[in-house]
Design a protein around this ligand. Structure first.
Ligand code: THU
Length: 128
């Protein structure tokens, strides 16, 4: 958990967040033990912003990775920052019920399963 949080913390430094000033980092571990990181990337239209979690997942998927084991998310908040609703959907669909570690810059951490972050999820099982 510590290794993944460290990588997410480092990735957070690369956040492009001039509008919100809210920097987030994520680190995603593949089944092979590789780690893909992401940071949030904003733009002037605001709405096209991409969260750190999705950047990490899309980087990994674009490199052919499809099986993931753990995800860490780091932000500078007293109450640990959880993934937004859009990210929960994407994490669920690409990673399933993996452990999710949240952390802040003061070293506080918490862990959850994705299944508890997105109960009664819609996913491809519903598509016929
Ligand atoms: N953000 C993330 O990158 N991940 C989260 O889990 C929550 C929100 C970003 C989006 C935006 O750039 C900024 O944080 C403020 O919402």
């Amino acid at each position: 958990m510590k290794d993944l949080i460290e990588k997410a913390t480092k990735a957070r430094e690369k956040a492009f967040a001039p509008f919100s000033k809210f920097k987030v980092g994520a680190a995603l571990e593949t089944e092979e033990g590789e780690i893909y990181t992401g940071c949030n990337i904003e733009n002037a239209s605001y709405g096209l912003t991409m969260c750190a979690e999705r950047v990490a997942i899309f980087k990994a998927v674009s490199e052919g990775k499809t099986r993931f084991t753990r995800l860490a998310v780091v932000a500078d908040t007293e109450n640990l920052t959880p993934p937004c609703g859009a990210c929960r959907q994407i994490i669920w669909e690409f990673c399933g019920d993996i452990p999710l570690f949240l952390a802040n810059l003061s070293g506080e951490t918490a862990s959850f399963q994705m299944g508890e972050m997105l109960p009664k999820a819609f996913d491809s099982k519903f598509l016929k």
